[in-house]
Design a protein around this ligand. Structure first.
Ligand SMILES: Cc1ncc(COP(=O)(O)O)c(C=O)c1O
Length: 357
């Protein structure tokens, strides 16, 4: 065996879960629905699929490493300079990049728990000490506690808004106050993977806050509302100077040509995005209210998933739903359920009826 880094065994492994096909076979089911990975339940928009098909013939060439066309299009869409945008192979890659760029021995990273598991993984890879701050009693990020947790050696703080796995958000006002209070030398990464789906009136993106400062980047993705998780494109908004530093860490050509073409096309179809947001809101409300009526505690979600605490062990609920062809995510403290299509949501609720009976 090669001599691996001694700390490698301590790095948590991201477990993506078993495939619907494996589960279908194991349980002898006719069909299985996957409500486990917060994916978009709908295919990419038809013009996006067509654009990707056309672009496939050019796949013998490396992609544009500067993602120029996509940065121009995104800059126009967001009404910001393209120099304030940087692309990655999914926002996961960009989050990883932030950890590596400011981490290292003798540094620490602050983030909430439970929150997106990548903050823990990326911090461990970056050899930064993890400082995990529990959510408040409403399952929201406790920004006051996160601020208090920042130490002299802290170089990064991750703010997942809305938060995965609880779906909860922090208000624009509270986020702005937090951002202003964090010392300038600490990088704030606001992860807005689900921001398009947030409908609360007091939610606001941190993009305007990022434009005027060097220590804040906003991470966004094409994997969720745009339904492009399989193509891998995400972006950061931040100051040109900060983005240039982060770029040093990134491997060349990490955003494929097809991902760039797909993202460029996808943002042209905001009418379809609006329809998806509304369908998701209706499904989220249905699941939240239905499970709430059964006495289950469902966190107030602004995303395409809901977090449910149960009167049984979450692992048992997860297993029982899986045996009925519904895959959710066991999060230890509860289960996380992705909002699906209308039919999928109904199947989930029917399966819950049986499991709770
Ligand atoms: C909070 C959060 N951030 C980032 C991501 C990563 O998305 P991607 O790498 O597909 O852009 C996810 C994916 O589930 C997420 O939940």
């Amino acid at each position: 065996m090669p001599k691996f880094r001694p700390d490698l065994a301590d790095i948590p492994v991201y477990v993506p879960g078993r495939t619907p096909e494996q589960i279908r076979r194991d349980h002898g089911l006719d069909s299985v629905i996957k409500l486990a990975s917060n994916e978009c339940p709908y295919e990419p928009f038809a013009p996006v699929v067509e654009a990707v098909a056309r672009a496939a013939a050019g796949a013998n060439r490396y992609p544009d490493d500067d993602s120029r066309a996509l940065r121009e299009a995104l800059g126009e869409f967001l009404d910001i300079e393209s120099s304030q945008l940087w692309l990655g192979g999914g926002s996961s890659e960009l989050i990883h990049t932030t950890a590596l760029a400011v981490g290292g021995p003798g540094t620490s990273a602050v983030y909430a728990t439970p929150s997106f598991v990548l903050y823990r993984i990326a911090s461990a890879v970056a050899l930064a000490k993890a400082i995990e701050v529990p959510l408040d009693s409403e399952d929201r990020l406790d920004l006051d506690a996160m601020l208090a947790a920042i130490r002299p050696d802290t170089t990064v703080v991750y703010v997942c808004n809305p938060n995965n796995p609880t779906g909860t958000h922090v208000s624009a006002e509270r986020l702005a106050a937090f951002v202003h209070a964090v010392p300038d030398h600490v990088l704030i990464v606001v992860d807005e993977a689900y921001q398009e789906l947030a409908t609360a009136e007091d939610f606001a993106s941190a993009v305007p806050l990022a434009l005027g400062r060097d220590n804040l980047v906003v991470a966004r993705t094409f994997s969720k509302v745009y339904g492009l998780a399989g193509l891998r494109a995400g972006y950061l908004v931040g100051s040109a100077a900060t983005l240039a530093e982060l770029r040093r860490i990134q491997l060349p050509f990490s955003v494929s040509t097809l991902a760039q073409v797909a993202a460029c096309e996808a943002i042209k179809h905001q009418d379809l995005v609006v329809a998806r947001i509304e369908a998701n809101r209706i499904g989220r409300q249905l699941i939240t209210e239905d499970l709430g009526r059964r006495g289950l505690k469902v966190a107030d979600s602004q995303t395409n998933f809901v977090f449910v605490r149960l009167p049984m062990a979450p692992a048992d609920c997860f297993q029982a739903l899986q045996e009925r062809g519904v895959i959710v995510r066991d999060m230890g403290e509860g289960v996380r359920i992705t909002v699906g299509t209308e039919q999928e949501n109904q199947r989930l609720l029917d399966a819950f009826d049986e499991v709770l009976a």
